[in-house]
Each structure stands twice: as C-alpha cells, then as structure tokens.
Design a protein. Structure first.
Length: 332
C-alpha cells in the first residue's frame, strides 16, 4: 500500500469560508469530510473602509470554532488555512490572523492572487480527465472580492494542470454590490457603471491572459454554481447535478440578467440561492455575464469559433489547497 497523508484545507474568502478534509496519495485525493461551507461576509465594507468589521470577525471566529470541533473528530497530519481577497486588503488583518491561530492552531496564509489562481486551476482541472473537454481551459474563479482568470492545459504540453497565464481581478460579487449596485433592485445607471468597471478589469486581465485561445470555460465558485442551478431550473441546490454540467451561454445570460434585476425579496423566494448570497448574487451574476461575453468574443477573433457554453465545477480553490498541500507533505 502506498504512502498517504490526511490533510485539512480552509478557504476563507470575502463572502464564505469552507473546510474540507481529504486523504491524499499518489493517485489523487479521497474525501473524508466533504466540503463544509459557511457564509460569513468577512469582506463586509472592506472595499470602503479597508478594515474588517468587528461583527465580520466574530462571524469568522464562530465558523472557525465549528471547524475546530469537526477536526477534533477527524485528526489530520496538517492544516492549511488560506485567506484571499478581503484579507489582502484589510489593514487589521493581523487581528484576524491572531484570532484564527488561537482557535485552529494554524496561522492563515494570505496568498497573492497569482497563487490563488494557480490553486484554483489545479482544483478545477483535477477532474477534467473524466471527459473530453477541449483544451486550453480557462478557469474562472469568481469570488466575493476577486475573480481569477487562469488559462492552461493546452492539450499538447501536458499535464492538463499546467498554468500558462493567470490574472487576479479586484472584482467580485460583494465588491461590485457594495461599490455600484446599492439600490434594490439596482437602477440601469448603477448596472451601466458596474459594467464599465468590470469591463475595464477584464480588458486589463486580457493583456496578461490570452483569453482568445480558450476552447473550454470552466466556472467555479458559489456565484457560478448558484446561477447554473437556477438556469437548470433546480428548486433546491444539488451539487451533484450542478458539478460538470454544461450550460449554454444564451441560457446563462438570460438567467444572470433576470436575477440581477430582481429585488432581494424576490430572490428570497428561490431556495436554490444560499441565504448569505441573496444580496450579492446579482453583482456576481453581472461579473459572470461580462466574463463569458468577452471571452467568447476574444475566442471568435482568435480562432474563428464562438464558445457557446461553459462547464460548471464544484472543484476549485479548496480542492487545489488540499491536493497541493497533501502532495507537498508526501514529498517532504
């Protein structure tokens, strides 16, 4: 029997925090504790104040204490706690890091957007060999505070998980909602301002990432999977149905625009949407719409073929965190 390690990974983003415990060996990883997700809105007002709010920190600590209880029942060889966009921007991040270390015994790593992009790509493409998706792949990890575009796996230079280019944009569901979409429902003027902001970031990203080479778009994160479930007509969220689903861009545009223009009260009627995403899912949907449209346009200009669909994936940054960490422990 080959060598194996048991590791826990925590992905702490702007809107949500996730825990996963897996066993990693030379063949890949096996889940021991499937993903546990809590919406904590750590990034509340960070775009404006550049500080974590006291109530946001307490929500994070409450989730961390819950995770500590889970880990007490599932001993691991190591824990990696990764913090992303909001923590990069918060002036009082040390207070947050100290609090988490007291609870979980591990200090959060505030990783740069480039590493976040690499790990998201690793997680998303760790399962692409199950299908015949044409490469290169563009993995889009759309978070609360940032959105990563990662191109790689060109199908010639293996492995499929090799990143060729990546860029982290400071746009996401929480950031766009707080910055632009303040009315309920948002006004057309607010939507137009948000689109201009989003497009400017995407154009900047495309100067680093040759998105026109994309053959398959893989979308990960809560916004993408939630909007996919809504477009599928699911009455309640079902991760097994959403994972790996191919969604047409036409259907995505229609559902994204519809939920962007809804009131929050109207969105609450849909059990498919996690309660913690009700107020920001429209902002996320708008970012997703613009990314899909501009990647599709770039692909048509580059190789003459329009991309007319994307693949939704439940495998993203958290999978990349535990797989990468487990492999490093095995190699030590």
């Amino acid at each position: 029997m080959g060598k194996a390690v048991t590791v826990a990974g925590v992905d702490c983003g702007t809107n949500s925090i996730r825990l996963k415990v897996v066993r990693v060996d030379e063949h890949g990883m096996t889940e021991i504790v499937p993903r546990v997700l809590r919406v904590i809105r750590l990034g509340q007002d960070v775009d404006k104040t550049h500080r974590f709010a006291d109530e946001a920190l307490e929500r994070a600590y409450t989730a961390a204490r819950e995770f500590a209880g889970i880990l007490a029942d599932h001993p691991v060889d190591g824990i990696r706690f990764v913090a992303t966009s909001a923590t990069r921007d918060a002036e009082n991040r040390e207070e947050f890091e100290d609090g988490i270390e007291r609870i979980l015994g591990v200090r959060p790593e505030v990783i740069p957007g480039t590493e976040e992009a690499d790990l998201s790509f690793l997680g998303a493409t760790s399962v692409v060999n199950r299908g015949d998706l044409p490469a290169p792949y563009l993995v889009v990890d759309l978070g609360g505070g940032s959105t990563e575009l990662v191109l790689g796996g060109d199908g010639v230079n293996k492995p499929a998980t090799r990143v060729e280019a990546a860029f982290s944009m400071n746009i996401g569901s929480v950031r766009m909602t707080e910055r632009h979409l303040r009315t309920d429902p948002p006004t057309q003027e607010e939507i137009d301002e948000a689109v201009a902001d989003i497009d400017e970031h995407i154009d900047e990203a495309f100067r680093t990432v040759p998105a026109g080479r994309t053959r398959t778009i893989i979308g990960v994160s809560g916004t993408v999977t939630t909007m996919t479930a809504l477009a599928m007509g699911l009455k309640e969220y079902d991760h097994t149905a959403v994972d790996g689903h191919r969604m047409s861009l036409a259907d995505a545009y229609a559902i994204d625009d519809r939920f962007l223009r809804m009131t929050r009260a109207e969105r609450r009627e849909y059990k498919t949407i996690h309660p913690g995403r009700i107020d920001v899912v429209g902002g996320g949907a708008l970012v997703w719409n613009r990314v899909l449209a501009k990647v599709s346009e770039a692909a048509k200009r580059t190789h003459g073929e329009t991309i007319d669909s994307y693949i939704a994936s439940e495998h993203g940054l958290l999978d990349g965190i535990v797989l990468d960490y487990g492999r490093r422990l095995l190699a030590a």
